[in-house]
Structure formats: C-alpha cells, structure tokens
Design a protein around this ligand. Structure first.
Ligand code: NAD
Length: 477
C-alpha cells in the first residue's frame, strides 16, 4: 500500500508515463480563501504533439489487450485511488471549494465508477447465421481519445471518461479545467503505476489548450463535458477532422411537485438537491414547480430548511454550501442576482451577494417569478432557486419542456401512475420520480436538445468509445 501513496505538493503533466514540467506555469485559486494554489504546467503545442505521438504508439498494443487485462489494471487503479482518498478529497476541496464530505463522496464515486464501468460486457451481436454466412456486428476501439473536463466535478468526470476510454481499448489524454486542474493531474500521475506509457496522459494548460486538442488530427474522439456554448465550439472544431464526439452540456432541470406529496419528507431532499455543490451541478433542481394547493406551506418549510444549510469554507465540519468555484462564476452570479432588482422579483431568502474573502453566496429563493425572468430561463450555476406555482398538469409539463435544455427533470408525487404519466412527457435525458440527480456507472446519462449529444456511462456510453464493425463471414470461398 505504501508504494501507492502520492505526493500532493507538486503538479506535473503526465506524458508517456513521465512527469514533465513546462517553461511557463500558472496556478488556480482556492475559492474559499482567494489564495493561490500550487503551480501547474501550461502545455504547448509541442507537449500535445508528444502526448499524441505516445498515445498513438501505445494504442497499437493496448488495443490488442483483452478486456480481462484492462479490467485488472483498472481495478488496481481503483484500489490506489481509494488508498489516496483522503488526500484527493482534501485537494478537491482546496481547488473546487465543495465541503469535504461532498469531496469524499465524489472520490468514492470515482473508484466505484471504475469498477462499475469495467464490469460491463460489450457483446458481439450475431445479426444473422445461416449455412452460407454469418453476419456479426462487433465493436473496436477508436484510437486516441481527448477527455475535456469542467471544474465542478473534476474527479468523477475525469474518471468517468478515463475508465470507459481505456477499458474499451483506447488511449486517452485528459485535459482538466484551468480552474480546477489539481486532482486531474494527480489521478493521471497515479494511473502511470497501472497502465503502460502513453495509455493515460494528462496535460494542464490555459484557455488555448482545449481548442488545440479538438483541432488536432491525431485525436480520434473527443468526450467533452462543459457549457453549451463551448460544446458548440467543440463540435464545430471536431467537424473539420470528423472526430467522434460526445457532448455532456449544461442543463436547467425542472422538478414538478404534485399536491399529494408528504411535504415534510420531501423538503430536505428537494432542498439538498437544489443546493448541493453550491448549485454548480449540471443536473440538479434549477426550476422548482410546486402545485398551488401546497405552495404556501411548501415555500415556508423550504425557506426554513434552506436557512439551516451552513455556508462556509469547505474544510469546516458542518459546512454544506461552500464558495462558488471561481471569480468568473462569482461575477456571473452577481450579474444574475442583479436581475432580482431589475426584474422586480421577490427573494424570500437571500437575494444579495456580500463581498467576502472567498466566493461565498448565501442560498437564495425567488418566490414565483414570471416564466420569462432570467433566473428561470438561464442556468444559474449558483445557489439561486426560482420556485413557481402550477395548477394544470398539461401546462406545467409545457413549462418544464419549454427551454432548449433537456438534461434532467423530476416528478414528485405519491401516485406512481400519475407520476409516470407526467414523467413520460418530459423532454430530458434523465427523468426521476421522487428523486433527482441519481447516477450510476452502469446507467447511461446524457442530454436531450442542447444539453448534449450521445451519452456517457452504461453500455451505451462505453460503445461511444468504440467503432461499430460489421463482419460478413461467408462460409464458402
Ligand atoms: P466550460 O465549457 O467553460 O469548460 C469546460 C472545459 O472545456 C474546460 O476544461 C475548458 O478549459 C474547456 N474549453 C473551454 N473552451 C474550449 C474550447 N474552445 N475548445 C475545447 N475546450 C474548451 O464549462 P465549465 O464552466 O468548466 O463547466 C460548467 C458547465 O458545464 C455548466 O454549463 C454545466 O452545466 C456543464 N456541465 C455539464 C455536465 C454534463 O454532464 N452534462 C457535467 C458538468 C458540468
């Protein structure tokens, strides 16, 4: 176990299993303290070329290994992440801001995802077999994958791309967000102990690195998680070389609360699923529709519950709401909070952002804003929740489906038939009944409409790292 312990004080690129530095470095900021975090490399075109060269060479042998060999390497990797879980969690809180308990959960999910994804079996599909011929659809690895990761879930989302990429027989180059590069670099440094050179690599950089990767003809597949606007740029760039591309993009998830729910049981769940990670999760409750018959009681109890969520540095034992992750997001949130005044909205909790050492924002609840207000229309990615009244089922379904996003949605109802009837009409990649934001490594996850293209995780996600090949095996020459 001792050999698996990582040093978390210095950070390097990982190219061909070597820790490398760059002439120019940069650092991100601890969002709770505004203090600089350690220096990280700023990769150049030359660094990327070297990594791609190593990845292409490694692909030749890695793609020929068996699923069993890859699973064994992945399991050893998952064990090593677990052996370093505490340091990963601390580093995640340092760079992302989320409370330590939430960081530990995310790190735990990473090793669970590795095991869950490598338990999947890719079937050979025999389409037809006769005396004359057999027609088989099989799946082959694509080549070099580029994994572009955002700053909100930097551990799970890096592993959620590394594991399926290499398990399917590809090599992968990870690019963490410049706002949160630390855990990504350490995850890949740890991977060097279990995978041959060139199989798993990581490059940190500034804003120029993402476009360099999507433009590069040596990359065969991009898995991108991030905002809708960047996703469109990524797709346009990938089109030039017809790279395979999976896009996991932003969302503005509705949750519909029916009048028959047990309000006291539902409130803590809805409260947590609206403010987890300071509301910086792609699919969490961002528009809450509450039936008018229970609206007043629900609102009063929701406000009382959310008031109990402690705001503070993520290292504090009872913190639930850490800072937002970076200055850009903080400024965007301030600008959106300005619409409370300009649009004359009613904030029943919070509503202002006070200056502080870190990027702290107190949870805010907006009482029944008009459907066309900015807090309803835009993905806030900050702890501000619009709560709206509804009375007619068809109308609330229309309102839930009205946006260009379609990542997740939920229905909260004691009558499961009615819940299913509503759920069937919601336009999103995931729909939950009496929950929100449930995910699992064996369950596909993706967005409808502008929330994404393709899916990750589950067998369908794994096949996204494969080419389909049809073999026509004629039995007589
Ligand atoms: P972002 O789009 O700004 O950045 C995501 C990543 O893309 C970063 O690594 C960034 O450096 C890189 N990047 C930026 N410009 C690029 C370009 N032109 N080409 C290639 N790469 C580029 O997103 P963010 O602010 O880091 O993340 C927040 C957004 O991500 C939110 O909208 C959120 O909903 C979304 N998100 C979606 C999912 C999902 O699975 N659907 C998960 C998490 C976050």
């Amino acid at each position: 176990m001792a050999a698996q312990v990582l040093d978390f004080s210095t950070y390097y690129n990982i190219i061909n299993n070597k820790l490398t530095s760059t002439a120019i470095t940069r650092h991100a900021i601890n969002p709770a303290t505004s203090q600089p975090n350690p220096e990280v490399p700023i990769s150049t075109q030359e660094d990327l070329d070297k990594a791609i060269d190593a990845a292409q060479k490694a692909f030749k042998t890695w793609s020929k290994t068996s699923f069993e060999e890859r699973r064994t390497a992945l399991h050893a990797y998952a064990d090593a992440i677990e052996a370093n879980a505490e340091q990963f969690a601390q580093t995640l809180t340092m760079e992302q801001g989320k409370p330590l308990t939430q960081s530990s959960t995310e790190v735990g999910m990473a090793s669970a995802w590795i095991r869950g994804i490598s338990a999947l079996e890719i079937p050979n599909n025999i389409i037809e077999e006769t005396e004359e011929k057999k027609i088989v659809q099989r799946y082959t690895p694509i080549g070099v994958a580029g994994a572009i990761v955002p700053w909100n879930f930097p551990v799970l989302l890096a592993i959620g791309k590394i594991a399926p990429a290499v398990y399917a027989g590809n090599t992968v180059i990870v690019k963490p967000s410049p706002f949160a590069p630390y855990c990504g670099l350490k995850l890949v440094e740890l991977a060097t102990r279990f995978f041959p050179p060139g199989v798993v690599q990581c490059l940190s950089g500034d804003d120029t690195l993402g476009p360099m990767i999507t433009e590069h003809a040596g990359i065969d597949k991009i898995s991108f998680t991030g905002s809708i606007i960047t996703g469109k740029r990524v797709m346009a760039s990938c089109a030039k070389t017809l790279k395979r591309v999976t896009l996991e993009l932003g969302g503005n998830d509705p949750a519909i609360i029916c009048e028959d729910v047990d309000i006291d049981a539902v409130i803590p769940k809805v409260g947590i699923l609206s403010y987890l990670c300071s509301a910086q999760i792609c699919m969490m409750i961002k528009r809450l529709y509450v039936h008018e018959k229970i609206y007043d009681e629900f609102m009063q109890k929701l406000v009382a519950f959310v008031k109990t969520l402690k705001v503070g540095d993520g290292t504090g034992a009872d913190t639930f709401v850490g800072p937002v992750q970076n200055k850009m997001q903080y400024e965007k949130a301030k600008e959106l909070f300005g619409s409370i005044t300009t649009e004359n909205l009613n904030a029943v909790l919070g509503g202002t952002i006070e200056d502080s050492t870190g990027y702290f924002i107190h949870p805010t609840i907006i009482d029944n804003p008009p459907e066309n207000s900015r807090v309803v229309q835009e993905e806030p990615f900050a702890p501000i929740l619009p709560v709206m009244k509804w009375s007619d089922e068809a109308d609330v379904i229309d309102r839930a489906n009205a946006l260009e996003t379609g990542l997740g949605s939920s229905v909260w109802c004691s009558d499961l038939d009615r819940a299913a009837h509503i759920a069937d009409q919601l336009q999103s990649g995931s729909v939950w009944v009496n929950s929100h934001f449930q995910v699992a490594p064996n369950v596909p996850f993706g967005g409808h409409k502008q929330s994404g293209m393709g899916v990750e995780w589950g067998l369908t996600g794994l096949l996204g790292y494969c080419n389909s090949q049809t073999q026509w095996l004629n039995k007589k020459p």
